[in-house]
Each structure stands twice: as structure tokens, then as C-alpha cells.
Ligand binder design. Structure first.
Ligand code: G3P
Length: 194
């Protein structure tokens, strides 16, 4: 399989809106409830922890599986990095949702675990720290995304992975623009410390 087909398949697989599908199983439409996002955070908010955890695992797998497999299939850092970026783009700009989609955090986590387990471990700890202190999922996600490319640069010393993580962090930033506005106006929904 050549790179173009692999990227196309990655895009299509990552486009699968698991949050939306699982909410439909509950007879609900996640896009019309809570923040309206299809991600694990909003599924947890609306449908509970078990459904949210399932969406987290499924959305992370969409990033992890194509990126991890690309590592063995292509053995080329540029190609692996392109797959990583396309996986996040698939989730955020889904072909099954008229190019709308989620905010990319869980899929980016799966990508990061595939690219660099050490970096993912550091970022998960950082995410937990910000979340526990602030109570905001979105703030933890935005700051973690911003830090990820710096950490992967130092841990892996790989320019392709660093640029991929940087581009993914820009996508996550863009997708959180409403959250950023709510954080700035102190109207963002808190998960903890209500
Ligand atoms: O991963 C998405 C999270 O950072 C924010 O989700 O539903 O609060 O907009 P939400």
C-alpha cells in the first residue's frame, strides 16, 4: 500500500465519530447536549463515566493504531508524522460529519502514545495536574497540547515528530476557540471544584 492510500484510510477511520454513534445508542444526539462536542468529555458530562471512558478509548485508538502501525509499515519518520497529523485531522474534520468533528484531544493522545510513550506519560501527568488544580478539562487539554511538542522535542530529538506535535497542537487550539473564549470570560464549564 502506498502512502496516499494509507493516509486516505487513516483519514476515513479517524473520521468515525464514536461519541456521536454511542450517544445514538442511548437514543440521544451528543451534538445537541452539553457543550455539543462529540468527545469523551462531553459524553461523560451527558451520558456518564462509562460511556465517556469508552469514547476516550475508541477515539484514542483511532490515533494510536494507524500511527503505531505506520511505524512498522513505513519505517520513515516523515511518513509516520504525516499519518499522525491526518489521524487528528480525520477526527476534527470528519468526512462523516460534513467536515465538522471533535476537538482532537483523545485522538492526539493515541497518536502521542504511538510516537513516544515517554512523552505521552509526561503529558498525561501534566494534564492531570492542570485538571486537578483548575477543574477545567479544556484548560488541561489546551496547555497539554501546547507543551507536547516541546516535550517530544527533548525526549525524542526528532524534528518530524516535533513538527507533527506542533501542527496537532495548533489544530487542538483552533478547535478549542469557544472554550478559550469561555475561559477568558469565566463562563467555562468546570468538571471539578464546582
Ligand atoms: O477534549 C475536549 C475538551 O478539552 C473540552 O471538551 O466538551 O468541555 O468542550 P468540552
Amino acid at each position: 500500500m502506498d502512502l496516499a492510500i494509507y493516509l486516505l484510510l487513516t483519514y476515513i477511520i479517524a473520521s468515525i465519530p464514536f461519541g456521536l454513534l454511542i450517544s445514538k445508542l442511548f437514543g440521544r444526539d451528543i451534538r445537541k447536549e452539553g457543550s455539543g462536542n462529540i468527545g469523551a468529555t462531553n459524553v461523560t458530562r451527558v451520558l456518564g463515566k462509562k460511556a465517556g471512558f469508552l469514547v476516550l478509548i475508541l477515539d484514542a485508538s483511532k490515533g494510536f493504531i494507524p500511527t503505531y502501525y505506520a511505524y512498522y509499515y513505513f519505517q520513515d519518520y516523515l511518513y509516520i508524522s504525516l499519518v499522525a497529523i491526518i489521524a487528528v485531522i480525520g477526527h476534527c474534520f470528519s468526512i462523516f460529519m460534513k467536515f465538522k468533528g471533535g476537538k482532537g484531544v483523545a485522538t492526539a493522545l493515541g497518536v502521542l502514545i504511538a510516537l513516544s510513550g515517554k512523552t505521552a506519560f509526561i503529558i498525561i501527568l501534566f494534564w492531570l495536574g492542570v485538571f486537578l488544580i483548575s477543574g477545567y478539562v479544556s484548560l488541561a487539554s489546551i496547555l497539554s497540547a501546547s507543551l507536547s511538542w516541546v516535550v517530544i522535542f527533548y525526549v525524542e530529538n526528532n524534528i518530524y515528530y516535533t513538527i507533527a506535535a506542533f501542527i496537532i497542537s495548533l489544530i487542538i487550539f483552533y478547535k478549542h476557540k469557544d472554550n478559550i473564549n469561555r475561559l477568558l470570560s469565566d463562563t467555562e464549564h468546570r468538571f471539578l471544584h464546582k
